[in-house]
Design a protein around this ligand. Structure first.
Ligand code: SAM
Length: 252
């Protein structure tokens, strides 16, 4: 998968060199290219913002540098074979659709994502409208709060997407039982997990996990997931398909 990020703070994206995403880059599974938006400015001060039309506080990112940057990045997908590859544009914004595991799965199927994280009050709307005529554009919010800029959102989205790519996680099964994963545990949060030693500060582990009985372990995991979801996120239980609940769930 190819990922391009256009930002006025390229150094903010340095965490993309470490851990899971860094290793995926080193193995050639992810081609990450970080660009400085100011490279597409032409004045002495490398200006990327201006005052908002209609007045009000804050500044708005100017359309010209964004347009030049995005055009050049899109053109780089044309390798001359007559079939230009087009990226999906991801615009982090608190007014976008909610970023969920389902959306991470959807984005992980795209071969090329271009991120446009903003600063100030956001990007001049015409930029999003212009590219929406040519590309799939996702305006995405990572939560109901306001960050100073979209770079942290790019890190969040990239990490959630990258771990879904084939071969990126050491064990391909690792995300099967995650919270929100599709399948048997759909819509439930993952329950508690334990490792060795069997006793720590006088605390043991649930007997069933030592039983070696796969059926009982699976039942226990599901019950714990259901209890945790009911306690921490009752909205998920209310929203879930009643057919996804079994008789045992209903008794808890
Ligand atoms: N005035 C904007 C509003 O209220 O919707 C907030 C702009 S915020 C200070 C600057 C930038 O940070 C946004 O344009 C976006 O790129 C990013 N950002 C802030 N909160 C975000 C969130 N919850 N999800 C995704 N991106 C966010």
């Amino acid at each position: 998968m190819r990922l391009d990020v256009v930002t006025i703070f390229p150094e903010y994206l340095e965490p993309l060199n470490v851990s899971l995403v860094g290793k995926a880059r080193a193995r050639g599974q992810l081609d990450v290219r970080v660009h400085d938006l100011r490279d597409w400015t032409h004045d002495r001060h490398n200006t990327v913002d201006d005052t908002p039309y209609g007045g009000g506080p804050g500044m708005v990112m100017k359309p010209e540098p964004w347009g030049e940057a995005l055009d050049q990045i899109i053109e780089s997908g044309d390798d001359g074979d007559g079939a230009a590859k087009l990226p999906t544009l991801v615009v982090p914004t608190p007014s976008g659709r909610q970023f969920t595991q389902a959306l991470a799965v959807e984005l992980a199927e795209r071969p090329w994502l271009v991120f446009a994280p903003a600063r100030y009050e956001g990007i001049d709307r015409r930029v999003i409208d212009e590219y929406a005529e040519r590309l799939d554009v996702y305006e995405v919010s990572i939560g109901d709060y306001v960050l100073a800029g979209g770079e942290a959102a790019v890190l969040v989205i990239t990490e959630a997407v990258a771990r879904l790519l084939p071969g990126v996680l050491g064990n391909a099964e690792s995300h099967r039982d995650d919270s929100f994963a599709p399948g048997a545990m759909a819509d439930l949060l993952e329950g508690p997990v334990y490792t060795k030693p069997p006793e720590w500060r006088g605390r043991g582990i649930p007997e069933v996990l030592l039983s070696g009985h796969h059926g009982k372990v699976a039942r226990w995991r599901r019950d714990e997931a259901f209890r945790r979801t009911s306690r921490n996120r009752p909205d998920l239980i209310e929203r879930c398909d009643p057919a996804a609940l079994d008789k045992h769930d209903r008794k808890l």
